[in-house]
Design a binder for this molecule. Structure first.
Ligand code: BGC
Length: 378
């Protein structure tokens, strides 16, 4: 259950005039109504006669994020290196057509209704079985065939922030309940890309949202990320079976290749992990405060990224399925480990794992998540 102490936010919402609380229906997610489409979105494509637009967010230090209303995709993110040179640190494509192709492995996108896998695409809730779309062997991955990464969101920009809204209707992808979703991207003057998620529903439903950006801090995608130094604030992780579904065990990372509690190169132990890293790490934290989940460092450029989240887990995916078949930005192929994802999340397959933190959102509750990627130089 999300937001167990719902009365306090309800009270605050009235006081601050910030959130709208609509307890019986799926409701308005927030009252960020001062956001208007300033007409700044540039039309870059069409999907079923709906305009795909891109929006540019800038901060006072020259950082720039380009975000699409299609899938809420972070298309590019310019970050300075130790010499002040701005380079793009996220993988993606030069043309919109490439984003629309089914081979696109969720580059930069918002993932929902349920990020990560649900075993065999089935779960039971309140005694009833729900069947989702299976799109990863028998499992349902990242919301199914047409997840939140493949829809056009309603976008409105204000200053350094972009507000995206989407209504996922009852039954979409097999999920129950109308879900009102709002995602806010903000590029702060502290060099943070801040992502705030909110959702409300009119029927109980699993919700697990994330962002699927592939980072390569070198800015050169032909260089693999195996030389990046990763720190994960996780003493534990959830081992998986051969289809990447958690076995249910919560194992210690200490003394295993999964131990990133002391920063180490991603390539150091990766040979000992069949297939590479694609695992949920259980963050060292109590409750849902915004805490440090990970840091990532690329020595050559000096770029350093810190990730903070309110979520209990992070999926560290080392770009194992990139195989050179996708032509990336600048016409270069994305080889294995050309980028890595750090996806803030609840644990995979939680609807089938009562022992994992609960992912069922109830009518009258509000799903909320904040994740921050903060950039600096070391
Ligand atoms: C998953 C991988 C999957 C990838 C798709 C990641 O979030 O953990 O298993 O292949 O998304 O690009």
């Amino acid at each position: 259950m999300y937001l167990k102490n719902f009365c306090l936010p309800f009270f605050l919402s009235i006081t601050l005039g910030f959130f709208s609380c609509n307890s019986e229906d799926s409701g308005t997610v927030s009252e960020n109504e001062e956001f208007i489409d300033e007409g700044e979105g540039k039309v870059v494509g069409l999907l079923d006669n709906v305009e795909i637009k891109e929006y540019v967010l800038k901060n006072k230090n020259g950082m720039e994020a380009v975000i699409l209303n299609y899938g809420g995709i972070v298309k590019s993110l310019l970050v300075p290196d130790k010499n002040g040179n701005l380079q793009d640190v996220v993988l993606g494509f030069d043309s919109i057509g490439q984003y629309l192709r089914t081979e696109n492995p969720y580059m930069g996108a918002i993932i929902g209704r349920y990020a990560n896998r649900i075993s065999r695409g089935v779960f039971v809730m309140d005694g009833r079985s729900y069947t989702l779309e299976s799109n990863d062997n028998e499992n349902s991955l990242h919301g199914g065939i047409k997840g939140f990464d493949k829809v056009v969101w309603n976008a409105a920009k204000k200053g350094n922030s972009l507000r995206l809204r989407y209504v996922s209707i009852d039954g979409e992808g097999g999920y129950p309940g109308n879900l009102n979703v709002e995602v806010m991207y903000e590029l702060t003057d502290d060099n943070e890309l801040k992502i705030t998620y909110a959702a409300t529903t009119d029927k109980p439903t699993p919700v697990n949202l994330t962002n699927h950006s592939y980072f390569n801090l070198s800015g050169d995608y032909s260089e693999s990320v195996l030389n990046h130094i990763l720190h994960l604030n996780a003493d534990k992780y959830t081992p998986v079976d051969e289809t990447l579904i958690p076995t249910g065990e919560i194992a210690r990372t200490g003394g295993t290749p999964f131990d990133f509690t002391t920063p180490k190169a991603i390539g150091e132990d990766i040979q000992q992990v069949p297939g590479g890293y694609d695992h949920n790490f259980v963050l060292n934290k109590l409750g849902d405060s915004l805490t440090l989940a990970a840091t990532l460092y690329h020595e050559g450029s000096g770029r350093f990224m810190e990730m903070f989240t309110t979520e209990p887990g992070v999926q560290f995916y080392s770009g194992n399925f990139l195989d050179g078949s996708l032509t990336g930005k600048g016409g270069k192929p994305y080889q294995k480990h050309a980028g890595l994802c750090l996806e803030a999340q609840h644990f995979p397959d939680s609807p089938n794992r009562p022992e994992f933190p609960d992912t069922i959102l109830q009518p009258g509750e509000k799903y909320s998540q904040t994740t921050v990627y903060k950039f600096s130089i070391k």
